[in-house]
Design a protein around this ligand. Structure first.
Ligand code: ZN
Length: 348
């Protein structure tokens, strides 16, 4: 079994919503727990802290645009006090798992930590924020969360905040649908570079992407996005964006959400693995074999039934092997590319 490092899950949010869940025992619902993680070869994962989306009472979930395509309204802005409470609860959850006396889950702060966890058969958990809503404009909270273990930050989710703008859920759509970074966002990028916190470009507007590309000194990374040329969701990356990522020795993690994979944007779990292979082929074509990794979105999205949950992770690798990827390529996609980019971004 090839070890897997996964660029994105929403497991902490699931535990926030379902406080009685036990990560250490097998669960009947959701996609990730420690037992199923072991079955799927999961060695490490980015655990996202996501201040939950608010809804507007009575607002429609989707609407039809004048050109006949469908979209969801952009979710409302989340206030900082609310985001801080949710963020602290989820960071606390990960700290408590890390405090398990058997050290089966470890909050990792370096590549050496990840490698040590892998050697011991423990799950390496990377603390990631999906949206910077909990960060104050003086960036003091960034220092505090960094000290607590934060190593990866997506400036925005699919909504606006003080630092930038996300792409809405719409299909088909260009990602060039919102402004770029605010002046606060520019300062946030520079401070993340100083602290060596990885910046995640999944969800950001195309203008925001190019702002980060101009400013950041680290490799460009999208933890959980696919190829816009195969599935024209605004969450996916255009060939121009992929070329920019390739130029920085960066990386894209393949998102398993059916709606970001299917060429027609439909969210059908019967999506064949061949479509995932098609995205990997396109990403490898534009990024090279060193620039493609995995970023499943487990516990936060509709998984293809052929994978199901974290226990089915290896089935994608088998499908890639059947499509002609050799052992070296499979290992790069499964975990070595993540280690390479994290080493470049975080330092040794
Ligand atoms: Zn996401």
């Amino acid at each position: 079994m090839i070890p897997v490092i996964d660029g994105h899950n929403d497991t902490l949010l699931l535990h926030l919503e379902q406080p009685d869940r036990d990560f250490f025992s097998r669960q009947e619902s959701g996609h990730v727990d420690l037992e199923r993680a072991r079955e799927g070869g999961l060695a490490g994962a980015f655990f996202a802290v996501f201040p939950p989306a608010r809804t507007v009472p009575g607002a429609p979930a989707t609407f039809t645009r004048r050109d006949g395509t469908t979209a969801r309204p952009v979710p409302p802005v989340v206030e900082r006090a609310e985001a801080v409470d949710a963020t602290n609860a989820m960071v606390s959850q990960l700290l408590r798992w890390d405090a398990d006396p058997e050290r089966r889950v470890r909050l990792v702060r370096s590549v050496a930590d990840i490698e040590a966890a892998m050697a011991d058969g423990a799950l390496a958990a990377i603390l990631h924020f999906e949206g910077a809503e909990a960060i104050d404009l003086d960036l003091a909270a960034l220092d505090v969360y960094h000290a607590a273990g934060l190593r990866s930050l997506g400036i925005v989710w699919s909504r606006a905040n003080a630092f930038g703008y996300g792409v809405p859920f719409a299909f088909p759509s260009s990602p060039d649908v919102a402004p770029g970074l605010t002046a606060h966002g520019v300062r946030l990028v520079k401070r993340c570079n100083e602290l060596r916190i990885m910046l995640d470009l999944s969800h950001i507007s195309e203008r925001g992407f190019w702002d980060v590309a101009d400013l950041s000194e680290a490799p460009l990374v999208a933890t959980h996005s696919n190829a816009h040329a195969v599935c024209p969701s605004p969450r996916n990356l255009t060939d121009a964006q992929l070329a920019a990522i390739a130029g920085t020795q960066g990386l894209v993690g393949l998102n398993f959400n059916t709606g970001f994979l299917a060429p027609d944007g439909s969210s059908d779990p019967e999506l064949p693995l061949e479509v995932m292979v098609r995205h990997v082929d396109h990403l490898v074509d534009k990024l090279g074999i060193d620039g493609v990794a995995l970023g499943s979105d487990l516990d936060g999205a509709t998984m293809p039934a052929a994978i199901g949950d974290v226990a089915g992770m290896q089935r994608l690798l088998v499908a890639l092997q059947d499509a002609g990827y050799d052992q070296d390529s499979l290992e790069k996609i499964a975990y070595r590319n993540w280690l390479r980019v994290l080493r470049l971004t975080w330092g040794e």
